[in-house]
Structures are given as C-alpha cells and as structure tokens.
Design a protein around this ligand. Structure first.
Ligand code: PMP
Length: 449
C-alpha cells in the first residue's frame, strides 16, 4: 500500500496488519503471533474466533440485524435486558442499551440529572468524579474524566465537574496507609460536596478499579462503604463505571459486589460484546427509574443503533458462553496465579515498583527507584517503550500509566481473556520476562538516569 486513507491513532506510525485471531492469540499478515494479554483494550474477554458467537451472529443476521428502537422492540433486546438484570444487584432492573462505554457513562450522567429534575429539583446538575479516572471520550464523559492527556485539547468545551483524589494507595496523596488513614481520600468527597453544595450535585461516578488512567488501582476494603454512605447522606446518586471491570473481569459479574456496595446506576461496555460487536449499557436502579416512569416516561437519550437485535444477540451468546464454560468463577484463581508469577518477576527486576489489581485486571507500575518509588522521567517514555518491546516479543499489554496522567508513574495492565488457560498464562509470563530482560539490557543501559 502506498498510502493509507485510514486515520489511525498515530497517523504516521506503522501498525501490523492483523489477519486473524484464535483464542488468546492474534496473527498478523506476516504470520507473527501475539499473545493478547490485554484483550485489546480489556475487551476480548472470551478470546478470538469463538464458534458459538459466530453461530449466534449468523443466526440473528438471517432473521433481522437492525430495527429502530423507536418503532420496535426485539426478542434479543428484551432477553438481554432481563438476563443482565438477573446477573447484577437486585435493584438494578432497568437496562438502557448503547454502543460504547462513552455513551453508557454519558447516558448515566444524563439519567442522574433527569432523575432529580423529575423529582422537581432542577439545580442538581454536576457530576463529581476522581482525578486519574477515565469515563469516555465524548464531551460529557470527558468532563467527568480525570485524564490529563485526553482532556487537554478540549478543556474550554468541558463542564467544570470537580474531582477528588483517587484511592492510589501506592502513592497515597496523604502519605498514610489504609485502614489507619481513615479513608481520607473517600472523605474528601464529603468536603467537596459541602464546599459546592449538594443542591448542585446530581451524582458521583467512579470506576471500582481504576483502569485506563491508573493501571488497576484498587481501593482498600472499606473505601466504597465510606463513599456510598457520603452519597446517601448528601442525596447524591452513586454511579459505578464498570465498563472495564464488569462482565467478570475481576472475578464477579460486577466488581462492586466485592466491596458489598450497591450502586444506583452502573455502566457496562467492553466485555459485554467481548469485541464481537459494539454494545454497552447503562443499568438503572428501580428507585432511580421510579420518578421517570411515573413522570415524563422517557429518557432523553439513545442512539440510532441502540438495542439493535444483532448486537443484543451477540451479547446474549457471550453471556451464555461465559456461563456454559463456568468462566467467571475461575477468574479469581487464575488472577491469583498470574499475580503470584508477576510478584516473582518483581524480585528480578527492581524497576517493577508495584503489582496490583484483582482477578484478571492486573497492573504493573515501573519506577526508577524501588525504595523511593521515584518515577522515570516522562521524557524516557517508559510505558511506550515497554509496549513496543513487548509487541516485538509477541506480547500485547495495555498502556495505563504516566502517559495518561502526566504526573504519576509509568504503568501497563495485564488483562488477558478470562478463558486463558494456565499453560497460556505461563507463555504470557515467559514473553513478559523476555520483554523486561530486553528493557534492562538495552533500554536502561542506553539512557542516563
Ligand atoms: N469507562 C471506562 C471505565 C473505560 O475504561 C472506558 C474505555 N477505556 C470507557 C468508559 C469508554 O468506553 P469506550 O471506549 O467504549 O467509549
């Protein structure tokens, strides 16, 4: 090809041309094999080329792929909503389908504002969030995201939604340790609400485990209990953005289950279609829908392709596959195995500062100095180098470090398809070890620290 007509993430960069995928492996047009240790962007949760999904796709396409949600409902959409309601918390019984995680969080934001309007409160329009967070690329979702790099160009267009510190225990902003810290970072929400006035705040949104902006930053055990209590006390809805953590990624259908906290609204995406189709959802609690159902009876949102039967049938097949093969109950054990292997690697590579995460959503943070946790200078582009060395060794990992925040450490995420086998995890570790060794041999030697 002499030129490209496709706008890729970096326009003049060379990307391998992918040919096909099978299970946890991808193959490019030159026959090179990649172990997909990031499930793309934590999306291909059941791996590539699963026949059952292809069959479900074909069957639905033979019947009907698209109907417009303002004219029709469809069996796959009805079934999927019912199924998802049965899989999560007892109150989360309403499902609004969209096509991407950004649309799901944007919809959650709008529903939370509408909820208060239906109750006659017109001033509650802000959504609070956290620094080092990512909720999507559309302007509303970006307004709620604490992601320096992705916000920078659009700052003048974004809503001024205040943010609190993230529960980043490895670099605690208060230099304390949980639980003795008294969850100062969670209590910051209380202060923030008092400062702004709860009459202006519709909701607080958080990723149960921070992904794209922090590489699997996992809060201590009582963190969300404190958050939920503060939200309830000030009459603010709690939105859990489970676009990345949902659908079994951390070992339970929703990650929030592990903190015993029931959100008012939940967003899902990525693993919902597992990469086989664009589909995402906003799940809404009965009590949030109640004033809408008895009020205007409509949610001002939705996209042309929302709830299309093709995507819904694929997502149903993904759930069926997860259930039939008992994949989610195995995630915790697999995650512990992989984490133990990563901790072993940490002993040989002193630039591995932190290993964190739950289930098969693990993060590795790199540091220049292990004891002081000193980050590498940003100019060294450690995250970017790690990604490209890994790719050279046939390993795909996800960048989620300094590039996103501009302040904190370099980091990558390891989040393979949930049905990865133990043997494949050993292959993953082998490729990662080679990557880290090459980083030591060539990269660290070449730069002056
Ligand atoms: N929320 C979270 C937690 C995410 O990780 C992402 C994607 N990284 C999004 C929202 C946005 O999803 P999408 O890219 O599908 O719009």
């Amino acid at each position: 090809m002499d030129r490209t007509y496709l706008i890729k993430p970096v326009i003049d960069a060379e990307y391998p041309m992918i040919d096909y995928g099978k299970g946890v492996y991808l193959y490019d047009s030159e026959g090179k094999e990649y172990l997909d240790a990031s499930s793309g962007a934590i999306t291909a949760n059941i791996g590539h080329g699963v026949q059952e999904i292809i069959d479900a796709m074909t069957e639905q396409a033979k019947r009907v792929s698209f109907v417009y949600r303002s004219q029709f409902t469809s069996e796959p959409a009805e079934k999927l909503a019912k199924k998802i309601a049965s899989l999560s918390f007892p109150e989360l019984n309403w499902c609004f389908f969209v096509n991407s995680g950004s649309e799901a969080t944007e919809t959650a934001m709008k529903i939370s504002i509408q909820y208060w309007q239906e109750k006659g409160v017109m001033t509650k329009t802000k959504v609070l969030s956290r620094w080092m967070s990512y909720h999507g690329i559309t302007l509303g979702a970006l307004s709620m995201s604490g992601h320096t790099g992705r916000r920078a160009r659009f700052i003048p267009l974004l809503e001024d939604f205040p943010v609190i510190q993230p529960p980043y225990c490895y670099r605690c902003p208060y230099n304390k340790e949980a639980p003795e810290c008294g969850y100062l970072c969670a209590n910051e929400l209380d202060n923030m609400i008092r400062r702004i006035g709860s009459e202006h705040i519709a909701a607080f949104i958080a990723e149960p485990i921070i992904g794209a902006s922090g590489a699997a930053i996992t809060p201590p055990q009582d963190y969300y209990k404190v958050i939920k209590e503060i939200c309830e006390r000030h009459q603010i809805l709690f939105i859990a953005d489970e676009v990345m953590t949902g659908f079994g990624r951390t070992g339970t259908m929703l990650a929030c289950e592990q903190w015993g906290v029931e959100p008012d609204i939940v967003t899902l995406g990525k693993g919902m279609g597992a990469g086989y189709t664009p589909i995402a959802a906003t799940l809404v609690g009965d009590h949030v829908m109640e004033p809408i159902v008895s009020g205007s009876k409509t949610i001002m949102g939705g996209h042309t392709l929302s709830a299309n039967p093709q995507a819904c049938a694929v997502s149903l097949a993904v759930i069926e596959y997860l259930e039939k093969n008992k994949i989610i109950p195995e995630v915790k054990k697999k995650g512990e195995y992989l984490k133990a292997k990563l901790l072993q690697l940490q002993k040989s590579f002193s630039f591995i500062g932190d290993i964190r995460g739950r289930g098969l959503m693990l993060g590795i943070e790199f540091v220049q100095n292990f004891v002081e946790k000193k980050p590498f200078p940003r100019a060294m582009k450690v995250t970017e180098s790690m990604i490209s060395i890994a790719q050279h060794h046939g390993l795909l990992v996800y960048p989620a470090g300094a590039g996103s925040d501009g302040v904190n450490g370099d980091a990558v995420m390891i989040a393979p398809p949930l049905n990865i086998t133990f043997k494949e995890m050993d292959d993953l570790i082998q490729r990662l070890q080679e990557t880290l060794q090459q980083f030591t041999n060539f990269y660290l030697k070449e730069v002056e620290l």
